[in-house]
Write a protein that binds this ligand. Structure first.
Ligand SMILES: Cc1cc2nc3c(=O)[nH]c(=O)nc-3n(C[C@H](O)[C@H](O)[C@H](O)COP(=O)(O)OP(=O)(O)OC[C@H]3O[C@@H](n4cnc5c(N)ncnc54)[C@H](O)[C@@H]3O)c2cc1C
Length: 441
């Protein structure tokens, strides 16, 4: 078969690339090859494992988001591409010739070399099959060990604990959510998890996973932790297999792309978890395996493959993580990252209730803002508190970073107030943190 645009991969990057290209030029023949039937919302997988939502509720039909948009969907796997002949082959012996190619192949979980990592009941979490298996096994289990204290480890750990399991999270770094938060903010997460009864082991490596056939225990530097199953959540690696095969340049975090999401090969684009993003602040490559980055890059890749010339503004990596009744969010650089980059900076802190004190359900919300000292521009933020008010603030601060907002702008920004919905008018934590930073300059 022949197609104008071939998209490999049907996650958010591939879907948005296809929808955008079709929206720009409805005459284009677009074909998507995806090896997972249906579209799973990966962010919701932990909630299925925790028993809070059903697997069916987080899987959408291919037709709903792709087929109905006039895109041909093939549930199959691209096994090889001849770039010079612009032809791809699939597992089911299809031959597809294309004019332009969009690689949206996503990422694969990273599995550290640990003795016993192939035992039954050792899982990673990426797709519907993993989710189904983890739900089934955890429903009958008592003890879970999670290797890796990143966002997925924290979320899965808290949901398993809520389900009544004994949970240990072991993290080789000295803090949870390392790389995303400064230690003082990670410690707030650690405190909540410990208070809820999760055994958090930091700065400790797993020596081996032990068992006959099934997992029975995990050895952590001499200590034995009983385990009915193990979840390895040690990060992901970009899936660059096809890109490497056809000769695309590959960077440390994925396929190298420019601001138009073009790879080093003409007529070949890449987007989402498989591609290497550049930081808006440092202009350097950064890992950004987030659905929101995939969506943005997918739109840019799709638009440009359809003949437009749209630029991706580079990323600030806004993300939020929820656990028990708390949430934490971040965007831009942490203080440590600013220091490591050699950027002179000033920080400010703000803390207040997220509603008027008269509201019974009011909870504390606290934030830390990082500003570049010379320009006074916002370059990073971390927010922690109850579940309300974290994501909105991270989104606002994300836009603020992209728009070059300075300390004074945040000291004087005009915001709304309402007893049920916001802090008191004079206690908005973003304003308090900006004022604090101004005082420290
Ligand atoms: C448990 C979990 C929770 C998450 N929570 C969040 C969250 O709260 N917020 C957030 O922003 N992000 C979250 N993420 C990350 C987010 O899901 C990813 O960043 C996003 O899915 C990336 O989209 P993508 O389209 O680039 O890749 P993917 O979603 O991985 O899709 C790529 C697809 O391509 C397929 N593929 C690969 N090679 C081929 C081939 N040769 N032929 C055919 N198909 C192929 C893959 O099988 C896959 O189906 C979470 C991820 C997980 C696993």
């Amino acid at each position: 078969m022949k197609t104008d645009i071939l998209i490999v991969g049907g996650g958010p990057a591939g879907i948005l690339a296809g929808q955008t290209a079709k929206g720009i030029d409805p005459e284009l023949k677009i074909t998507m090859v995806k090896d997972e039937p249906g579209i799973i919302i990966r962010c919701s997988e932990p909630y299925v494992i925790g028993g809070e939502v059903k697997l069916n509720d987080i899987i959408h039909s291919d037709d709903e988001m792709i087929g109905s948009k006039g895109i041909t969907v093939l549930v199959d796997r691209v096994t090889g591409i001849d770039y010079k002949r612009k032809t791809a082959w699939t597992r089911n012996n299809r031959e597809i010739s294309f004019d332009r190619l969009i690689l949206a192949t996503g990422a694969k979980p990273f599995i550290p070399r640990i003795q016993g990592n192939k035992l039954k009941n050792v899982f990673t979490l990426r797709n519907a099959e993993d989710t189904k298996n983890l739900k089934r096994v955890s429903d009958k289990a008592e003890n879970a060990v999670i290797i890796g204290g990143g966002a997925i480890g924290v979320e899965v750990g808290s949901l398993l604990r809520k389900k009544g399991l004994n949970v240990t999270i072991v993290e080789i770094a000295s803090q949870l959510l390392a790389g995303a938060y400064d230690e003082e903010f990670s410690q707030k997460v650690e405190l909540v998890l410990r208070e809820k009864g999760i055994n958090v082991l930091l700065g400790r490596g797993v020596s081996a996973i032990k068992g006959e056939k099934n997992v029975e225990e995990v050895l952590i530097e001499g200590e034995r932790i009983p385990a009915d199953f193990v979840v390895i959540s040690a990060g992901v690696r970009a899936d660059t297999e096809l890109a490497e095969e056809i000769g695309c340049r590959i960077g440390r975090f994925g396929i190298k792309i420019d601001k138009y999401c073009r790879t080093s090969l003409s007529d070949v684009y890449a987007c989402g978890d498989c591609a290497q993003s550049l930081s808006f602040i440092t202009k350097k490559p950064v890992p950004s395996q987030l659905a929101t980055t995939a969506v943005l890059e997918g739109k840019i890749a799709g638009a440009n493959a359809a003949g437009k010339r749209e630029e991706f503004p580079r990323i600030v990596n806004p993300s939020v993580t929820a656990f028990f009744d708390s949430a934490i969010g971040r965007v831009g650089l942490t203080e440590k990252q600013a220091r490591d980059e050699g950027i002179p900076y000033v920080v400010g802190y703000g803390k207040s209730l997220n509603k008027y004190p008269s509201q019974r359900e009011a909870e504390f919300i606290e934030n830390k803002l990082v500003f570049e000292k010379e320009t006074k521009r916002l370059i990073g933020a971390q927010v922690f508190g109850g579940k309300e008010g974290i994501d909105e603030r991270i989104d606002l601060l994300s836009l603020a970073i992209h728009k070059g907002v300075r300390i004074e702008d945040l000291c004087h920004f005009s915001h709304c107030a309402h007893p049920e919905l916001s802090p008191l008018p004079f206690t908005e934590p973003i304003v308090l943190a900006a004022e604090d930073a101004l005082n420290r300059i």
